[in-house]
Design a protein around this ligand. Sequence first.
Ligand code: NAG
Ligand code: NAG
Length: 354
Amino acid sequence: MMAEFVNVGALCLLFTIVSGFDVWNLDQLEQAKKNGEKLITVKDLHVPAGKTLDFQGLNGSTIQFAGRVTFGYQEWRGHLMIFKGAGYTVKGLPGHLIDGEGHRWWDTLGGNGGKLKPGFAYFQLENSYVRDLKFKNAPALGLAINACKNVQIDNLDIDNADGHTKGGHNTDGFDVARCENVKISGCRVNNQDDCLALSSGKNIVFSNNVCIGGHGIAVIGGYDGGIAEDILIKDCKVIKNNIGVRVKTMLNGKGLVKGITFDNIQLQDISEIGIVVIGNYLNSGPRGQPTKGCPIQKLQMTNIYGNVLKNGTKHLVWVADDASNWIWNSKIQGGERLRPCQGIPKGVNIECGK
Ligand SMILES: *[C@@H]1O[C@H](CO)[C@@H](O)[C@H](O)[C@H]1NC(C)=O
Ligand SMILES: *[C@@H]1O[C@H](CO)[C@@H](O)[C@H](O)[C@H]1NC(C)=O
């Protein structure tokens, strides 16, 4: 199924007009939309404060980034960029940079207060291809991948490394919700929150990605009453995150998490917990007894290896007794502080404390 929409991207390329249309400011972008341009090259472009770099209305076009894109500073809740429509090819050319200059908003509070922070980029695409983009220093949330269908995302660089020392917080790499047939591959994320936070959708693949410095790779259930089904997370590396991989369902959340596979994930120097599966999650932190209402079914954790720091924990499972059909084989070094587990389906063997 994935192969089909790759071809859509290739077709778009075939039919684009080679000359293209250069965009140095927002007026030219509006002109490009009016003209129905099929190849748009974004050069050095400064977006005025409080405005969105808005790529709606360009169905069937190729948008390529060639220069440095920057944004004026304002406290607001919008998105700095929006990509919405069908048949898009969005790509970065060598040397380009989309620079959020997030340090102007960073105050260690992220989405929890302090300055109002815009989201970095919002994608709501169908039959589209997004690749080779470099995003730097998100004000808070990085890429919102929302209600996308048949989209392939390749080789993105989401670099919020500066946030580790300058107050970056809630700088999620990819927030994926309500998508179908989406593949995210070959990306690097260095940030201060989840590398992937997937809250709903069907047939999503997250493969060959590297996550550095954040809160690991997460599937979140019961967040918007949605269903997360047929999710494959494979061949990734999680380096110096506090958590390696996790499935967390909201305390009192309703929904379903079904057919989630984590396979061949290398953990490196995880500071708190290697693998977390919990049913009592709240944004402010997990608490109390897990609740039913969003069962975790057909969960596969296979070939999860590497190390958790010695003072951390290998596994934490804390779910209600409605979980079923799990396959688990992990081989984690370190993480010697074992913690008690609860709700593990019968016959599944996971190393926990008493
Ligand atoms: C662009 O594509 C979207 C998604 O398929 C569609 O809803 C919208 O009507 C299209 N716009 C135009 C101008 O064709
Ligand atoms: C383990 O030690 C590291 C480094 O000293 C620290 O960053 C981390 O928070 C500790 N982990 C726990 C679970 O206390």
